[in-house]
Design a protein around this ligand. Structure first.
Ligand SMILES: [Zn+2]
Length: 215
């Protein structure tokens, strides 16, 4: 029932290294959980937001990684985080306005990189995810649609967190860390990191230095 065309997730965005110094100062502390600052271009419906959070926490939680969610807008600038990630959600994070048309968007999410170093800044493209999934979302009962859509957004978010927490642009052959997701990956009942990714994320939990990618 699902299309198996896939779309690339990683698009690298390069930032000047002066910017990296201030980020490194923020992220070079130690001790989990990861503080996740979110910024939505448009505030999503509560159902979608709950679903994004629930799925991301489920995926990361299975790795023993706890998340503390904060709004970037409410950040005072004096918080100290062991691990931090800042994620911008682009476009409209809801499941309205679907059309029965197959669209192959560009990257669904990306992580910023500077001089070969993965920065704790990422983005998730809600418009891209929605149009990529729209034909199949139309087949989901209306009552479940926003929850299913939010779960898909949570999977793309988990993928970008994978890059940020492992400080690597590396992709794995299977699981949440693979380079491209098919529609079925985003809509399946359950989607998890594979064993190698799990080991990588777990080992990184004791890896405190934040400035170097783990390649
Ligand atoms: Zn990626």
């Amino acid at each position: 029932m699902f299309a198996d065309t896939a779309t690339k997730l990683l698009r690298r965005v390069f930032l000047p290294s002066t910017f990296v110094a201030s980020v490194a100062a923020l992220s070079a502390q130690s001790v989990p959980p990861t503080t996740l600052y979110t910024e939505f271009q448009q505030q999503p419906p509560a159902v979608v937001l709950d679903s994004i959070r629930g799925e991301t926490e489920a995926i990361m939680g299975r790795m023993g990684i706890g998340l503390e969610w904060r709004s970037l807008a409410a950040a005072r600038g004096n918080e100290v985080s062991a691990q931090l990630a800042v994620i911008h959600f682009q476009g409209r994070c809801d499941a309205s306005g679907l059309t029965p048309q197959r669209v192959q968007p560009g990257a669904l999410g990306w992580t910023h990189e500077s001089d070969g170093v993965i920065l704790p800044f990422g983005a998730v493209d809600c418009d891209g995810i929605r149009t990529f999934l729209q034909v199949d979302l139309l087949a989901v009962p209306v009552a479940d649609r926003e929850r299913v859509f939010g779960r898909a957004v949570g999977r793309v978010l988990a993928h970008e967190l994978y890059h940020i927490l492992t400080r690597s642009s590396h992709h794995s052959p299977e699981g949440v860390g693979k380079a491209a997701y098919a529609v079925r990956d985003l809509l399946a009942g359950r989607f998890v990191f594979d064993a190698a990714e799990s080991a990588e994320l777990r080992s990184d939990q004791v890896h405190v230095a934040a400035a170097e990618p783990s390649r």
